[in-house]
Design a protein around this ligand. Structure first.
Ligand SMILES: [Zn+2]
Length: 98
């Protein structure tokens, strides 16, 4: 019983923040833009790689299921913001701070 409550508190503390979803989205957009510019000027390809690395970092650190650590798609996270969304792996409700 006590273990269950502690687990619940830990999950609540690791609640996802919508800022991280936005940040991940911006990283993807930036990498696409930099890649297109990079076709003309090679140096921007480096910036595109940095943006992708930033996205991977945010994704690994913040955009996982708080309970089991499963990967969740960005569009699913957008859905979870306004709807009740359950983790496909463990069934835990994914909550996102606005
Ligand atoms: Zn999960």
């Amino acid at each position: 019983m006590a273990v269950r409550i502690i687990r619940k508190v830990v999950i609540l503390m690791r609640k996802m923040k919508f800022v991280h979803v936005i940040a991940a989205l911006l990283c993807i957009l930036a990498s696409v833009v930099f890649f297109i510019i990079g076709l003309l000027h090679r140096i921007f390809l480096l910036a595109a790689v940095c943006a992708i690395a930033g996205y991977i970092f945010i994704d690994r650190k913040y955009l996982r299921c708080p309970a089991c650590g499963a990967f969740i798609n960005l569009d699913h996270l957008f859905y979870a913001r306004s709807h009740t969304y359950h983790c496909y792996n463990c069934g835990e409700v994914i909550e996102i701070d606005k």
